[in-house]
Ligand binder design. Structure first.
Ligand code: MLT
Length: 297
């Protein structure tokens, strides 16, 4: 009987595919035939003799030493697209949170608790403090047109935004799925110049580390917002905090807070919630469960 070791919390629907097929699945298995994980970092792991496959219930594989696995004949699977809708929805929420001062406004409303009949007067007197902008008609630049980037671009078109996309490696399938209203940017400079919002949907590799750096930031309008729901390392954090402090950009919305980022009130931090929906967790686990089962069979 093949044994599957799990790291992190994997949705039961995916594990049941393996359990129902007679595999032993547990987080306490030595020398497994396969590993299933979410964000556990495996870079320092020893590849044990039985290991044949690793399945990431998610899109990115930067927490897995893919080259080391490949050299050892261990196949690495991921679940591209399975959580794309969840990430897309959070990106749209991020766009709105940066355009309207929703957080500060809610905190202000809550601060009025106990003010009795004054509440309505104070709300009307101070609402101007939280005035925002509308995203309809604004320019969104989408970097990376994989499963998530395409969904974000299409949703933004539906919301009335003017959307440009840049992806020198776009697949034919993704191109078919992209709204014809999305303008193709031939290079990054063209994509960034004039953008009101920049949404990043690229994997972390050696060549995408610090993809957004001080040089990129200097090309943006000082009213621009950057959204990063991909990986923390694709944005140079020092450079972005400096740009925010100097008024070089408006907001940084990210799924990856850090001590440095939390020092700026202009950062809108979320705790890596992109793929954290019931639906996305189920989809990823089922896709990975099926892939691992078929491969081991
Ligand atoms: C992904 O790479 O798809 C996400 O990081 C998945 C997750 O949140 O575990």
């Amino acid at each position: 009987m093949s044994k599957i070791k799990t790291y992190n919390k994997i949705a039961q629907g995916g594990l049941n595919i393996l359990i129902d097929s007679g595999f032993e699945v547990s987080d306490a298995i030595d020398n497994p035939d396969a590993i299933i994980l979410r964000s556990e970092k495996l870079h320092t792991m020893t590849i044990e003799s039985n290991l044949k496959a690793i399945g990431r219930a998610g899109a990115g594989v930067n927490n897995i030493p893919v080259d080391k696995c490949t050299n050892a004949g261990v196949v690495v699977f991921n679940s591209p697209g399975a959580n794309a809708n969840a990430v897309k929805e959070l990106v749209i929420a991020g766009l709105l949170l940066s355009a309207r001062d929703i957080f500060a406004g809610i905190n202000y409303s809550k601060s009025l608790k106990g003010r009795g009949s004054e509440v309505n007067t104070l709300v009307e007197k101070n609402k101007a403090l939280f005035k925002g902008i509308e995203i309809s008609g604004k320019k969104l630049a989408v970097v990376g047109l994989g499963a998530i980037g395409v969904m974000v671009a299409n949703a933004a078109v539906e919301l009335g935004m003017s959307v440009s996309g840049y992806d020198p490696f776009i697949s034919v399938d993704r191109a078919w799925g992209l709204s014809s209203s999305v303008i193709q940017a031939s290079n990054l400079n063209k994509l960034l110049s004039g953008a009101d919002f920049v949404s990043l949907h690229i994997p972390l590799t050696d060549s995408t580390k610090d993809f957004i750096n001080s040089s990129c930031l200097s090309k943006l309008k000082n009213t621009a917002t950057i959204l990063n729901f991909s990986r923390p390392e694709i944005v140079d954090q020092e450079a972005i905090v400096t740009a925010l402090n100097l008024g070089g950009i408006h907001r940084y919305v990210t799924d990856f807070p850090s001590e440095l980022l939390l020092s700026s009130d202009k950062v809108i931090p979320m705790p890596h919630l992109g793929a954290s929906t019931k639906e996305a967790e189920d989809n990823c686990a089922v896709m990975i469960g099926n892939q691992i089962k078929e491969f081991l069979d």
